[in-house]
Design a protein around this ligand. Structure first.
Ligand SMILES: NC(=O)C1=CN([C@@H]2O[C@H](COP(=O)(O)OP(=O)(O)OC[C@H]3O[C@@H](n4cnc5c(N)ncnc54)[C@H](OP(=O)(O)O)[C@@H]3O)[C@@H](O)[C@H]2O)[C@@H](O)CC1
Ligand SMILES: Nc1ncnc2c1ncn2[C@@H]1O[C@H](COP(=O)(O)OP(=O)(O)O)[C@@H](O)[C@H]1O
Ligand SMILES: [K+]
Length: 496
């Protein structure tokens, strides 16, 4: 699903008004009817409704929702903190609201409201032009302390759609009901406490116009062409389902290698090899009898460059440590290995500390840092908008694909396009979870043969297995090992 900026959304709005054609007041009615439907499907009319309406079109939407809810016998009260001189459609809807005469217009929000209330934020939407201050700021602080159900129309007031929000005076919604397309701000970790859950309501802006809008940002949806490439051919044999080698985990840290290898195996690889030091051979063989062993010459660290000529893909890095021999192995892989490289964890720190190696990164290499590791590569940033800019320039400069992991992991292509991943949850934040992602990436690359498409699908599947684990086991109990089991359902879900 495409993410558009505010300018593009306004243009799509205008195009629809002129070409459908539809009057703007009727478009407002149509958008608000979607809001009304969403609300009435979840909250019955035992809930009292308070609508905080600004004086622009966001406020206009709020007034329409107030009228429609009142007509369905909800007790509705409207607060107009900006006064009454507003946009044309706001003014017209204020007249219509007054005509039905059942909605109370209050000067101030009451000091106490019952928990069985809904507060609808229709103060500012996409027209926010500066941080909120003064009396309005006090109102937002007050509302944020209420225990009611809070719904923001289009955007939580105070949040900017396309750039970092400098102030913390922002409505804290439980739900944000946004029109037509998601906004970039919704993807940023620091904004999640204001957005709550977001839903995109289809208000029928011109589809073709939106399809033709150019955007570097989107939210991933499984692509059926790519999905079909995962299907095994009836003549498949282990040699043509892909061969992957995991180089991860040193002495006493073999868990990372085992988790990555098991995830790889359960994601459909034909042959899996694990490079390991002699002391750890038994551990790997006991845990993963399917794995072939590549024995490192070193006793306690991984450092031997072995024969990888038949390997389609190599995962290098999880819990591998920072020994000099390991650094040399990384350098040799960057120089000589001809297959697909996936670099994670300590490999990324090694690159950050030995920056000349960055120039050796083969085109299309996949790197999977979390924010801590990514900052080592590109320097500090203070919000996720800055992170996204750094991500783009890093990928374009080095011609690589980076998965910046976290809530809505951002997968960036070498051309600067970014796809945000919608699956996954906080229960996944447990040591070992990232190792699985490496295994999934390695398993599906040989069939997809495109770094960006592989990364998007692998991150999606990884998050989906996390979501299924959460649903069945709970977010505290779930573990990376459980997520490997749930890959079964994750694959089934996308295959159907
Ligand atoms: N696009 C679509 O498809 C559709 C959009 N629709 C709806 O329209 C909404 C956008 O409406 P909008 O453009 O009228 O802007 P909105 O957010 O109501 O506020 C602008 C007003 O607020 C003011 N103002 C701004 N910041 C301020 C501050 N900090 N403190 C004080 N004042 C401040 C600003 O003043 P100014 O910046 O001009 O000084 C201006 O007067 C959109 O979110 C959606 O809900 C739907 O109806 C149908 C389809
Ligand atoms: N709050 C969250 N929401 C969604 N996904 C998350 C969240 N926290 C962590 N994850 C996911 O869990 C994984 C953690 O990986 P990583 O940080 O490398 O952990 P480790 O190195 O301990 O395995 C990443 O894929 C990340 O996207
Ligand atoms: K709003």
């Amino acid at each position: 699903m495409k993410i558009l900026n505010i300018q593009q959304i306004r243009e799509a709005d205008q195009y629809t008004i002129e070409n459908e054609p539809i009057k703007s007041i009727d478009l407002m009615e149509r958008a608000s009817y979607e809001l009304f439907t969403w609300i009435t499907e979840r909250f019955n009319n035992d809930f009292s409704v308070y609508v905080l309406a600004g004086s622009g079109n966001n406020g206009g939407d709020g007034l329409v929702v107030a009228r429609l809810l009142s007509e369905s016998d909800y007790k509705v009260q409207v607060i107009l903190p900006l006064g009454k001189n507003g946009s044309d459609d706001f003014e017209e809807n204020l007249k219509r609201l007054k005509k039905i005469n059942t909605v109370l217009i209050l000067e101030e929000l009451p000091e106490q409201i019952s928990e069985k209330s809904i507060i609808i934020d229709a103060i500012f939407g996409s027209g926010l032009s500066r941080p909120i201050e003064g009396r309005l700021a006090d109102l937002i602080k007050k509302v944020n302390n209420f225990e009611a159900n809070k719904i923001a129309i289009d955007m939580p007031s105070g949040l900017f759609a396309d750039k970092a929000s400098p102030s913390e005076i922002i409505f804290k919604a439980d739900y944000t009901l946004s029109f037509q397309v998601p906004k970039l701000a919704f993807m940023m970790a620091e904004n999640q406490e204001y957005i709550g859950e977001f839903e995109i309501l289809d208000i029928k802006l011109d589809k073709e116009y939106i399809n033709n809008c150019l955007s570097d940002y989107s939210i991933y949806e499984v692509d059926s062409v790519i999905k079909n490439r995962l299907k095994l051919k009836s003549i498949a044999h282990k040699g043509n389902r892909g061969r992957a080698t995991i180089i991860a985990g040193g002495y006493a840290r073999m868990g990372a290698a085992i988790l990555a290898a098991r995830a790889c195996l359960h994601s459909g690889i034909g042959l899996i090899s694990v490079q390991t030091c002699p002391h750890c051979i038994d551990i790997v063989q006991n845990q993963i009898p399917e794995a072939l062993i590549l024995t490192d010459e070193n006793e306690y660290v991984l450092g031997s460059y072995l024969d990888y000529s038949k390997q389609d893909v190599i995962v290098f890095g999880p819990a591998i440590g920072f020994a000099h021999k390991t650094l040399v192995l990384l350098e040799n892989l960057l120089k000589d290995y001809q297959g697909q490289l996936i670099l994670d964890a300590d490999a990324i720190t090694l690159l950050a500390e030995n920056r000349e190696l960055l120039n050796l990164l083969p085109e299309g290499t996949i790197l999977t840092p979390h924010h801590g590791e990514f900052k080592r590569l590109v320097g500090k940033y203070s919000n996720n908008f800055e992170a996204i800019m750094q991500l783009k320039s890093f990928c374009m400069h080095h011609k690589v694909v980076v998965v910046l992991k976290g809530k809505f992991s951002a997968v960036c292509n070498a051309d600067g396009k970014i796809s945000f991943n919608p699956t996954g949850n906080a229960g996944m934040a447990k040591g070992g979870s990232g190792d699985l992602l490496c295994g999934i990436l390695a398993a599906i690359y040989p069939r997809i043969k495109n770094s960006y498409e592989t990364a998007k699908l692998a991150v999606y599947l990884h998050g989906l297995s996390g979501d299924i684990s959460k649903e069945e086991k709970g977010e505290n109990f779930m573990t990376p090992s459980i997520m490997i089991e749930k890959l079964q359902s994750a694959f089934k879900k996308i295959e159907n």
